[in-house]
Design a protein around this ligand. Structure first.
Ligand code: SF4
Ligand code: SF4
Length: 383
């Protein structure tokens, strides 16, 4: 059934929180994480977008920044708000920190005598704390965990980064017009998968620990008791954030409806607009496709075996035994949608979409996954 009704997963309750961190003491969170050995990574404005990069001082955070998003459009604007997290999202958040866009896995070297040896490149061991993770990002991380850690083969590079990451979630109170995490059941309230979760208010942060690591850090913060007024405001803001969302996907399994419509004329219609650029797959926090290539040094003495993000929209992605299986945009877009919203249910027990809306905003021609799914499955959505 198509529905905009939301299943709100709040509220913040007194017995769930650890305390209140006044805004004037927010730097203490970064300092405490630094002292525990973490490199902090957090949101900041760069080239007109919210990006995540190394964060030493809270002054770098996007204070008072709001994002205006629409199909094919992303703009930031200044407001007088003292808040650091009053925006929805940027083109990336967690994914590049754990599944890196370009990574050398091993290298081969040729000695002067001509012998070739292969050298493993070890995964990194540094500790990273990511500040400002959204509920949709945590849901996407859970799916990436299923893919990289819980299949027949564990990916050692992802596993090493995953083990060493500390996650500071911030509940979402300012969804973009493109967000639809309520309909996928993944937001705006971060309920699990974090080490610390923050509810941002004008005067500070409700702090909740979600792990032993989180408790250890929270115990070192200059927290004061939260008030009922703090909790009430935070809950109201999150409920309002849920209510503001106007886009939706059906909350249930779309698999059968999509696969029953593989010859729907809408696939041709979307192919006439789609550029096959792959932006949607690059910004999607759940996409995991990659390709592997060898980068050879010009002197011929060394080569690097590299893994890099790939996309179901590239020609090479479906090149097998001398032919490209999905040679046109129609079949590539169909692969993206039927996999993301359909066969992910067979692979991972749920849809591959967490409702972040990034693929809508960052599509250069403004193709909207909710609209395409609705057109293709109209009358065929399954409860
Ligand atoms: S398909 Fe689009 S809206 Fe869904 S998780 Fe990926 S980028 Fe976000
Ligand atoms: S749907 Fe949009 S972002 Fe995705 S490949 Fe087509 S044009 Fe690019």
């Amino acid at each position: 059934m198509w529905s905009n009704e939301f299943d709100y997963t709040g509220p913040i309750e007194a017995n769930m929180e650890t305390g209140f961190l006044p805004r004037a003491r927010f730097q203490a969170l970064l300092d405490t994480l630094h002292q525990a050995g973490y490199r902090c990574v957090g949101p900041q404005v760069r080239d007109g977008a919210i990006v995540y990069d190394t964060l030493g001082k809270i002054e770098v955070l996007p204070r008072g920044i709001r994002d205006q998003q629409a199909p094919g459009r992303y703009r930031l604007e200044d407001t007088a708000s003292p808040r650091y997290f009053s925006w929805a999202n940027g083109p990336q958040a967690l994914k590049p920190n754990l599944f890196t866009p370009h990574e050398a896995l091993w290298r081969s070297e040729r000695s002067t005598a001509g012998a070739i040896r292969f050298v493993d490149i070890q995964p990194p061991a540094d500790l990273i704390a990511v500040i400002g993770v959204r509920a949709c990002d945590l849901a996407a991380l859970r799916l990436q965990d299923r893919h990289f850690l819980e299949g027949a083969f564990v990916d050692p590079y992802y596993a090493a980064r995953r083990k060493n990451v500390f996650l500071v979630a911030v509940h979402c109170t300012h969804p973009a017009e493109t967000c639809f995490c309520v309909s996928t059941g993944d937001g705006p309230h971060a309920t699990q998968g974090f080490d610390l979760a923050l509810g941002e208010l004008d005067d500070g942060y409700l702090v909740q620990a979600g792990s032993d690591k989180g408790n250890t850090i929270a115990a070192k913060l200059p927290l004061v008791p939260a008030t009922d007024a703090h909790r009430q405001t935070a809950n109201q803001e999150m409920q309002e954030a849920a209510r503001q969302q106007t886009r939706s996907l059906p909350t249930r399994n779309l698999r059968d409806a999509l696969f029953a419509n593989l010859e729907h004329p809408r696939w041709e219609n979307v192919a006439e607009r789609c550029l096959s650029c792959g932006n949607c797959t690059s910004v999607c926090p759940t996409c995991f496709c990659h390709s592997e290539t060898d980068e050879t040094a010009l002197d011929g003495k060394q080569s690097l075996h590299v893994r890099q993000w790939d996309s179901c929209f590239t020609q090479g992605h479906s090149y097998i035994h001398g032919m490209t299986i999905r040679a046109d945009t129609r079949t590539r877009y169909r692969q993206w949608l039927t996999h993301k919203l359909g066969s992910w249910h067979d692979q991972y027990g749920r849809s591959g979409c967490v409702g972040c809306g990034r693929c809508i905003a960052w599509c250069p021609v403004g193709i909207d996954i909710t609209e395409e799914a609705r057109e293709i499955c109209q009358g065929g959505g399954h409860d």
